[in-house]
Design a protein around this ligand. Structure first.
Ligand SMILES: Cc1cc2nc3c(=O)[nH]c(=O)nc-3n(C[C@H](O)[C@H](O)[C@H](O)COP(=O)(O)O)c2cc1C
Length: 204
């Protein structure tokens, strides 16, 4: 039995393409793996607060030196990291907002990318990830089309690959929906590819 952590980030609770595709993924995954368990972290229904001064102080203070305000300020980060580490598979659905991740997702990332907990640094080897053995599936939805001349404007997937790679999640498959608001033909084509990809993933 695998534990799947599903993270949703679209501000649209209805008619969200990324959420709908993640629903399809979840349904097909559970059909193929009925014993697997999904935990849903909805970053819009339950927004994650931004890190604050005390959170940062707590992040950089050794555990045995944390005072009560620091413990309080880092408690959510502790919980989110525990949830992430206990998952075997991550299913993240996210739109592109202003060429990158929505701020709801960025707030979550700022809570889980944490020195000594999800990544380390040593003079001799540089940065290394501490979140090991995860498989990640990322559903993205963009209003325009970036596979082509505008690729340089797409900071969404490159950013997620970099930041998740930093914490050790580097086995990532993207399921991309493009042209959701600007190019119906590209949208239909990307949707078809996405469905085929999900079928392949859930039948293997
Ligand atoms: C605030 C905001 C910013 C957006 N910025 C971009 C953008 O930079 N590039 C783009 O291609 N689409 C952009 N879009 C369009 C969304 O990426 C597109 O509608 C996508 O389908 C949203 O995901 P969802 O359907 O899961 O809600 C933006 C939409 C919103 C609401």
């Amino acid at each position: 039995m695998a534990k799947v952590l599903r993270i949703d980030a679209s501000s649209r609770l209805q008619e969200s393409h990324s959420r709908q595709m993640a629903d399809v993924f979840q349904e097909k995954w559970l059909k193929a793996n009925p014993k697997d368990e999904f935990t849903v972290r909805d970053l819009v229904k339950e927004p994650i607060p931004h890190i604050e001064n005390m959170t940062i102080a707590g992040f950089y203070t050794p555990e045995d030196k944390l005072d009560d305000p620091m413990k309080k300020a880092t408690a959510l980060s502790d919980r989110l990291i525990k949830e992430l580490i206990s998952a075997d598979v991550i299913l993240l659905s996210t739109p592109m907002y202003n060429f990158s991740v929505p701020s709801a997702l960025k707030a979550y990332i700022d809570q889980i990318v944490r020195i000594g907990q999800t990544f380390g640094f040593e003079e001799s080897k540089g940065f290394f990830g501490l979140v090991e053995g995860k498989k990640a599936y990322i559903v993205t939805a963009c209003g325009a089309v970036y596979k082509g001349p505008y690729e340089a404007y797409n900071f969404l997937a490159p950013y997620l690959t970099a930041v998740l790679g930093l914490i050790g999640i580097s086995d990532i498959d993207y399921i991309d929906l493009e042209g959701t608001s600007l190019d119906p033909a590209a949208f239909e084509a990307s949707k078809k590819v996405a469905m085929e990809k999900i079928d392949k993933i859930t039948s293997s």
